[in-house]
Design a protein around this ligand. Structure first.
Ligand code: PLP
Length: 487
């Protein structure tokens, strides 16, 4: 009998699967190995297969294991010599060999399958998390002019003053927040790299970053790269989708250096209240933690007027806010954002950044400055996504979903059905989302991190309002046919 019983053994610790076995049978004799890195497999009585300890009890089974071992060996031989050199943080020698399929890849595959199997059925795509429109014509015109100016050709380092001054004016106009453009603002090549740089400035091995879940994971990934730990703060309906800061254990508070929050929140759509920000500031002061507020969706705020963390007294003493032109200005691909707040933190992040990149193209920075100077652009973006989200909420409510207008972002985050009219049960949002796309060509993004929810994005492609309405009608028709059941 061949068993997998979870023990460890000093045998081959290589990854094998059926494909490898087939490859081995097709390949014939492998080339002579280097004895230093690749010891030849011998007929073992046990191996570790994909991390599972497997033991053979009889001679036939030993021979079978020997074949698997050889197959593993052949697979290892087809690796580049540097397979052994990959850092542990990205998987070490097993890098690129995992079989786990990540959520977004599963969605992509299901989309391809739905399109291939049902070419007659239009894909209703609520999965995309990117603006569907181009940057405003006026911004593109500035870019077209600036791109031809020789003065714009060089390294931009930590950013040009004209952009920082435009940010300072914008922060004053929209939030009544006064910032020194030289010391309290720095540009970044989109907010994602700035979130990735935060841990470089703050996290040493053993330090903790507090991160809300579900959420944008970049700062957490880099925290782990630096040997730090991530403590997850679930965003639950019973806490009104705010993190429960009081529930963080004492040991974690002591080791925590960074709290990353994101409002308007993606994907929950929750907007921060003044009281919540006051609580965050108090928590940060008491526990001596730096706050990074990710404001990527800030201009897509519907419930209130857009509200900056830095408007709240004390915020600048505990942290920074990271902004982006991606969402509110339809400039996702342009890669422009900024960090602003406490001078010493901005300086630390600018120092890290200076060692990572040489700044965004100056022409892009000038076009972004023009975008910031035009108050109308984010207002129009907001009006469009508000309209689309209102239609979506009304449509899904008619189909039985318990959803309401999000406070902000271009996402609608709503509890997933437990079953459908024909009795089929769905234990997770992921299972329902896969069913929706495979059987009905409706694409959504599932979240099972803190309850089971579906995320519908209002960034679907529709040329005009009539096309939006037609898409809503089609969504309603298909959803009613499915008959979602929620209790
Ligand atoms: C919550 C959140 N923060 C930050 C980003 C990064 O945006 P960008 O790098 O385009 O500024 C995204 C992008 O999807 C996001 O959803």
């Amino acid at each position: 009998m061949i068993r997998g019983d979870g023990e460890s053994a000093d045998t081959l610790n290589l990854f094998a699967n059926e494909t490898i076995l087939q490859e081995y049978h097709q390949m014939g004799r492998p080339a002579k190995p280097s004895p230093r890195r690749w010891p030849l497999p011998s007929p073992k009585s046990s191996i570790i297969l994909g991390g599972l300890f497997v033991r053979a009890d009889g001679p036939g089974e030993r021979s079978f294991l020997a074949q698997i071992s050889l197959a593993c060996f052949v697979s290892a031989m087809s690796d580049p010599y540097f397979q052994q050199l990959f850092a542990q943080r990205i998987g070490g020698a097993n890098y690129g060999k995992g079989t786990e399929i990540y959520k977004f890849e599963k969605i992509k595959r299901a989309k391809r399958k739905a399109l291939a199997e049902h070419p007659e059925r239009k894909l209703v795509d609520f999965g995309i998390g990117e603006n569907d429109a181009m940057a405003d014509e006026s911004v593109r015109r500035v870019m077209a002019e600036e791109i031809n100016k020789p003065d714009n050709r060089g390294y931009a380092d930590n950013g040009i003053l004209a952009f920082k001054e435009a940010v300072a004016k914008f922060m004053m106009r929209e939030f009544h927040v006064e910032l020194d453009p030289v010391t309290e603002i720095n540009h970044c090549i989109g907010s994602k790299p700035m979130l990735a740089m935060l841990p470089a400035a703050l996290i040493d091995p053993g330090d903790v970053t507090l991160m809300t879940v579900p959420g944008y994971p970049v700062a957490g990934t880099h925290t782990k790269y630096y040997g730090g730990e991530v403590y997850r703060l679930p965003l639950l309906a019973e806490n009104d989708f705010f993190p429960d800061l009081d529930a963080i254990p004492e040991d974690i508070r002591r080791r925590a250096k960074l709290l990353v929050i994101n409002y308007p929140n993606s994907p929950t759509g929750k907007v921060a209240t003044r009281a919540f920000y006051e609580k965050v500031i108090d928590f940060a002061m008491t526990n001596q933690i730096v706050v990074a507020q990710d404001a990527a969706h800030i201009m897509l705020t519907y419930e209130t007027k857009p509200f900056s963390f830095l408007e709240v007294p004390g915020a600048r003493d505990v942290g920074v806010e990271i902004h982006s032109l991606s969402k509110g200005w339809n400039m996702i691909g342009w890669r422009m954002g900024w960090v602003c707040g406490h001078e010493r933190l901005v300086r630390a992040l600018a120092d890290v950044k200076d060692n990572c990149d040489s700044g965004q193209f100056i022409a892009t920075q000038k076009a972004a400055a023009a975008a910031l100077n035009d108050a109308e652009i984010p207002r129009q973006t907001r009006a469009k996504y508000r309209r689309r989200l209102e239609k979506l909420v009304a449509t899904l409510r008619r189909c039985g979903f318990d959803c309401r207008m999000p406070g902000g972002s271009y996402f609608l985050y709503t509890p997933t059905p437990k079953a459908i009219a024909d009795g089929t049960q769905f234990p997770t949002a992921e299972a329902f989302s896969q069913y929706l796309i495979c059987e009905h060509s409706i694409c959504t993004v599932p979240w099972d991190d803190a309850g089971s929810y579906l995320r519908f994005s209002a960034t679907y492609e529709a040329a005009d309002e009539a096309a939006e309405d037609a898409l809503m009608d089609e969504t309603e028709r298909r959803m009613k046919q499915i008959g979602p059941v929620f209790s």
